[in-house]
Ligand binder design. Sequence first.
Ligand code: SER
Length: 379
Amino acid sequence: MKSLEIRKKFLDFFNKNGHTIVASSSLIPAQDPTLLFINAGMNQFKDLFLGNEKRNYVRATTIQKCIRAGGKHNDLDQVGFTKRHLTFFEMMGNFSFGDYFKEDAIRFAWDFLTKEMELPQDKLYPTVFREDDEAFNIWNKVIGVPASKIGRLDEKDNFWQMGDTGPCGPCTEIYYDRGPQEGCGSKDCKPGCSCDRFLEIWNLVFMQYDRQSSGELVPLKQTGVDTGMGLERLCVIKQGKDSVFEIDLFQDIIMQIEQLTGLKYSEQNAAKKAAFHVLSDHVRSSCFALADGCTPANEGRGYVLRKIIRRAALFEQKLTNSSIFPKLAGALIESMQDIYPELATSKEYITSVLSHEIDKFATNLVRGQAILEKYFSEN
Ligand code: SER
């Protein structure tokens, strides 16, 4: 199933179930100093969860552009080396603001996965927060998942918060079992294990608290639901692929790297494949960040963007001696501009910033190398 069809089925399903379809917000948080980049679908609804704002809907659904490369949720160093981590991804979510809570949230997710996506039930494994018996019982008694398949995990996996402060709560996650051949082989391998066997696809957060800077959890005026499912991960399953880098959303960029380097992705060793992954992920995050108005800088979110571009420049050297990264922007923009027209509007700006950054970095590298060599010869 193509990503386009998955997008449509997701929004249609929740719309049919009373959710207003809301557009993705910009990646740059509007008025939130606690965030570098939008890192989850719920960010644009923070004030609704906190009860500081009312809108003419109590249920919403979105496909949100997210970047996790700095701040509390930061996957930058892992990208390239796992089959599932990305700095830029699209998060599909449904939200309830003082409306439905745990039971409906779980039922919606289960129905979407098993009926709309037709995923086999026996491959789905839920986890709940350690002491959340209510969620455990919904999975077990209402949905009918055997108790032996429901895990209980700690804060690290099953308590979600957007930052050091703000709305948060226990969550239940749904994992997809990709089979023992993907696993680490440990007899303790189960959902939550860091290997590639159990792929976390959906996180359903039961918003209940507002975390204060002191760490205190103040109950929210009303409970809410915030769910997030990575579009790319669902594509991996529905397209029968091994990693996010093989799904349709990455195809054009990988092909472009192949053309520019003369190297065939499928024939490369792990180190070179990692370079393909880094380039194809980083071109997505940098183009989307630039299109939303972020510029490279020496601090804050601009510094995160600069780090992403420089990381791409370093990995580029594993594949070629020429500067191909800015050229990849064209393939990305072409393949995603129908969904995100802001990419096409900023095309020239994006390409020129990327070229300038890479050139500047190359000059710095040459200068740095000379200093290092001088130091070594003198010492
Ligand atoms: N906010 C939660 C997450 O990002 C669910 O959307 O995982």
